[in-house]
Design a protein around this ligand. Structure first.
Ligand code: NAP
Ligand code: ZN
Ligand code: ZN
Length: 347
């Protein structure tokens, strides 16, 4: 029997999110039903709810930083049990059979991973995200949250945490590496903590000096305001790796000039307009520009273990559901410290 769950729903690109009711299927034999406790507000939720990217099938319920407790399991579930603390991230299924799925890189599934929202599941129905009181997900796409991480601080790890952990691992952030994070928001602040825990020398490049104290407390060694033109003089040719979390139009050439020989800028921010850069910015010092999308299930579990071992969790401001629309405005104004997390009891 399907159950009803409370949710916050976007009915168009311009309408504020509003409370409503959704249906959740009964868990299938390999599925887990999760009572959601907290759900983070990722900037991707805002891009989707506001129709910034490709087509959105309204009404849509967004939310892919989900932390909760298992409340029911299907007959053949072996990985999770009722009462377990679990999380769900950006995707809830994939083909499991392509080369990338077999390599544990399900986010790059060649058949297209099934996103947690605004996608279509195997049952042919739209996927409905985590701004709600419960969700039903295949056990293989559900993560275990280590006991040491409170659920509110854990929720943002399911997207922001893994989206930063994965490129930091791929491009070998560690001792002797100079890593810059552009944008001290939800992703950025996790990047600072994780890169510092990996042993890298971390610099934050933020629009202003407002978040300097916090960045240094979270593990950054240096902090520069990009509104100050001297920043680009002082740091020219300095970094091995730059992770760009910004979703606005920025002068990519200016930031590429901060890379050392063989340095890489990894894009994780997703502006709606194309980015441009001059060939010279790359050619001059054999620099690269790359992209990275979340991380696979195995690596997400590894990231959660890493965060627990290093005592890391997101810096959160827990809000009731009635404040979601205000929180969206504050995220858009770069006024978030550093992730809004919705208390699911208030849906
Ligand atoms: P966020 O909390 O809004 O953080 C973005 C930060 O970018 C802001 O806090 C701000 O930092 C900086 N920024 C904003 N406007 C700027 C501007 N005009 N110029 C320069 N810097 C600016 O967002 P988020 O949740 O971290 O997400 C960031 C982006 O990553 C979004 O586009 C999101 O969709 C995308 N994303 C991608 C993936 C992936 O898999 N690749 C996963 C999750 C999210 P300062 O105040 O410090 O300047
Ligand atoms: Zn996200
Ligand atoms: Zn696949």
């Amino acid at each position: 029997m399907p159950t009803f769950a409370k949710a916050y729903i976007a009915s168009s690109a311009t309408a504020p999110l509003q409370p409503g009711t959704i249906e959740r299927r009964e868990p299938g034999e390999f599925e887990v039903q999760i009572a959601i406790k907290f759900v983070g507000i990722c900037h991707s939720d805002i891009h989707t709810a506001r129709g910034d990217w490709a087509s959105v099938n309204y009404p849509v319920v967004v939310g892919h930083e989900i932390a909760g407790v298992v409340e029911a399991v299907g007959a053949r579930v072996t990985r999770h049990a009722v009462g377990d603390r679990v999380g769900v991230g950006c995707f809830v299924d994939s083909c499991r059979d392509c080369a990338n799925c077999r390599d544990g890189e399900e986010q790059y599934c060649l058949a297209g991973a099934t996103s947690t929202y605004n996608s279509v599941g195997r049952d042919g129905l739209p996927t409905v995200g985590g701004y709600s009181t419960s969700i039903v997900v295949d056990e293989d796409y559900v993560l275990r949250i280590p006991d040491g991480i409170p659920l509110d601080a854990a929720a943002p790890l399911l997207c922001a945490g893994i989206t930063m952990y994965s490129p930091l691992r791929t491009w070998d952030a560690g001792p002797g590496k100079r890593v810059a994070i552009i944008g001290m928001g939800g992703l950025g602040h996790m990047g600072v903590m994780i890169a510092a825990a990996m042993g890298a020398e971390v610099t934050v490049l933020s629009q202003s000096l407002k978040k300097q104290e916090d960045a240094l407390r979270l593990g950054a060694e240096h902090y520069y305001a990009t509104s100050d033109p001297s920043t680009f003089e002082i740091l020219r040719g300095h970094f091995d790796l730059i992770i760009n979390t910004v979703s606005a139009d920025i002068d990519v050439d200016e930031y590429l000039s901060l890379l050392a020989l063989d340095g890489t800028m990894v894009l994780v921010g997703l502006p709606s307009k194309p980015l441009t850069q001059r060939a010279w910015s790359l050619v001059s010092f054999r620099r690269s520009i790359a992209g990275s999308k979340m991380g696979g299930i195995r690596q997400t579990q590894e990231m959660l273990k890493f965060c627990a071992a290093h005592g890391l969790g997101a810096e959160v401001e827990v809000i009731p559901a009635s404040k979601i629309n205000d929180a969206y405005e504050r995220v858009l104004a770069s006024d978030v410290r550093y992730r809004f997390v919705i208390d699911a009891d208030t849906f």
